[in-house]
Ligand binder design. Structure first.
Ligand SMILES: [Zn+2]
Ligand SMILES: [Zn+2]
Length: 228
């Protein structure tokens, strides 16, 4: 740890969000003991994200029946407290540092292999919503996950969409249909990791993956902080 970091952590220590103990350098948001109290997601399908299974599998029955467009999937946690509360705080209460730290925390949960890609791309917000909110939480999560600024100009929203939370499953699919466009020259032949905060039905991530594949991406992997 360099001197500046030492100085900052001496005067502005971080505390565990669960037990309020001072955090050590390598600990993120929670201490090592509380980390294991988090709703860590262990048994899920590494292809489609199905969590209704008993074991960790590389594909499942769901994958066969769905056209996914993405090739691999990782999630850190189940969408349960306290993770769900932290995601909402990062998203709606302008807690930028929390969004960044959720990305750092996510990094602890996924295999190193997950980051062996050519580009890491956060799911972009629609321009309207980005202006309204002032920031994109997925960008900050990807920043924390990667440890450096991800590129922001590879994938674009080309259609204003309604917030997915207000819609039924079928409406979600319609709502995001053809809403993304990817820059061919930036993705062609590349392995891409798409980052988002939460995956619910996966409609948004599927559409974004479709746009990347149509622009020539070789593989698209998906990584989210939490899966509902
Ligand atoms: Zn703790
Ligand atoms: Zn599956």
């Amino acid at each position: 740890m360099n001197l500046v970091k030492k100085f900052i952590s001496f005067f502005f220590p971080s505390f565990c969000k669960i037990c309020y103990k001072t955090l050590k350098d390598h600990e993120v948001l929670v201490c090592n003991l509380c980390y294991f109290k988090l709703p860590l997601l262990k048994n899920y399908c590494k292809r489609c994200g199905n969590i209704n299974i008993q074991y960790e599998v590389n594909y499942c029955g769901n994958c066969v029946n769905n056209k996914l467009y993405f090739d691999k999937f990782w999630a850190g946690f189940k969408y349960e407290k306290p993770i769900s509360d932290w995601i909402l705080e990062a998203k709606f209460k302008k807690n930028f540092l929390l969004a960044y730290n959720l990305g750092k925390l996510l990094r602890k949960t996924i295999p190193l292999e997950g980051l062996l890609v050519d580009e890491v791309i956060p799911i972009p917000l629609s321009t309207g919503r980005c202006k309204e909110r002032g920031y994109n939480q997925s960008f900050l999560i990807a920043y924390g996950l990667l440890g450096k600024k991800p590129k922001n100009n590879i994938l674009e929203r080309i259609k204003e969409t309604k917030p997915q939370t207000e819609l039924s499953y079928q409406e979600r699919i319609e709502n995001v249909k053809n809403s993304f466009k990817a820059l061919k020259e930036k993705v062609e032949g590349k392995k891409i990791l798409l980052v988002d905060d939460v995956m619910t039905t996966g409609a948004t991530l599927k559409e974004a993956s479709k746009a990347l594949k149509e622009a020539g991406a070789k593989e698209v992997w998906v990584c989210v902080v939490a899966k509902t």
